[in-house]
Write a protein that binds this ligand. Structure first.
Ligand SMILES: NC(=O)c1ccc[n+]([C@@H]2O[C@H](COP(=O)([O-])OP(=O)(O)OC[C@H]3O[C@@H](n4cnc5c(N)ncnc54)[C@H](O)[C@@H]3O)[C@@H](O)[C@H]2O)c1
Length: 256
């Protein structure tokens, strides 16, 4: 059974990592996917793999008009929109708050938080019409914190709060709003992040150890849960920050 048949799904940051795995999973589950990303070459590569009826739109979440235009294009092409997955994000910088520059702060907050504002502002009418749903890619650090990443953790805490507030605001319209909260996931973002840490050689073992289930997952493990949350199977789930974290947050562990 395909659980997303006949759905039109917009995903931001869909050209790489978790977003790419989600786009491919949604398509396998019967959805038509509108991939929105700022990385044109990566969009082109994905277009070659996925092809029609999916569409691949270059837009930067820093720009309200660009997001409005992307949503207009989707509505003109398909006539409706069933789901928005706010997935694009930036994880840098690896710094405490006082060392974070204004430019770094603005980038993290713009992409991770304001991007959700834009897709909601310009997409909510279409979601009301379809009684659709919203999914946000948060992070376990928005709940439990992370050293050396105050701006990123703060942005994901905001994503969690938005998820709950929006779930309340749009419940009367039949719109569900949920989030997934991974810990680590092997994606280009995590590979880049690993290189920036003080002891890159020990990072793989560290990333396996933080997950109680013993390994750092690939993106498809997150995508399966995202597909479930967008589907009718999750029709009574809203305002949920779903850990997809292999138990990373569960407590003290003896790892020596
Ligand atoms: N990888 C992890 O370990 C991990 C863990 C928890 C949460 N997350 C979250 O998952 C999401 C996806 O992360 P990923 O690891 O797949 O990252 P990634 O870097 O592999 O992919 C992110 C995508 O977002 C796009 N993007 C970035 N800024 C954009 C902008 N301004 N406008 C449009 N598109 C933009 C990039 O071009 C890229 O295609 C992020 O929100 C991230 O915070 C990742």
């Amino acid at each position: 059974m395909m659980i997303l048949q006949n759905r039109i799904v917009l995903i931001t940051g869909g050209a790489s990592g978790i977003g790419q795995a989600c786009a491919q999973t949604y398509a396998r589950q019967g959805a038509t996917v509108a991939v929105v990303d700022k990385d044109k070459p990566a969009l082109q590569r994905l277009k070659q793999q996925m092809g029609a009826p999916h569409i691949f739109l270059e837009a930067d979440l820093n720009s309200g008009p660009a997001i409005e235009q992307a949503i207009d294009t989707i509505l003109q092409k398909y006539g409706r929109l069933n789901a928005i997955h706010n997935n694009a994000g930036v994880a840098s910088p690896s710094k405490p708050l006082h060392d974070t520059t204004e430019e770094e702060w603005e980038l993290v907050m713009n992409v991770n938080v304001r991007g959700i504002y834009y897709t909601t502002r310009y997409g909510i009418a279409a979601l009301k019409a379809s009684r659709g749903c919203i999914l946000n890619t948060s992070s376990m650090v928005g709940e439990i914190g992370q050293d050396n990443h105050a701006a990123y953790a703060g942005s994901k805490g905001a994503v969690n709060a938005l998820t709950k507030a929006m779930a309340l605001d749009y419940a009367a319209d039949g719109i569900r709003v949920n989030a997934v909260a991974p810990a680590g996931v092997w994606t280009p973002m995590l590979r880049q992040w690993s290189k920036e840490q003080p002891e890159p050689a020990r990072i793989i073992q560290y990333l396996d150890n933080i997950h109680a289930l013993g390994y750092c997952p690939e993106a498809d493990e997150i995508a399966n849960v995202c597909a479930f949350l967008l589907s009718e199977q999750a029709r009574f789930v809203t305002g949920c920050i779903m850990p997809v974290s292999g138990g990373a947050e569960l407590g003290y562990k003896h790892t020596l």
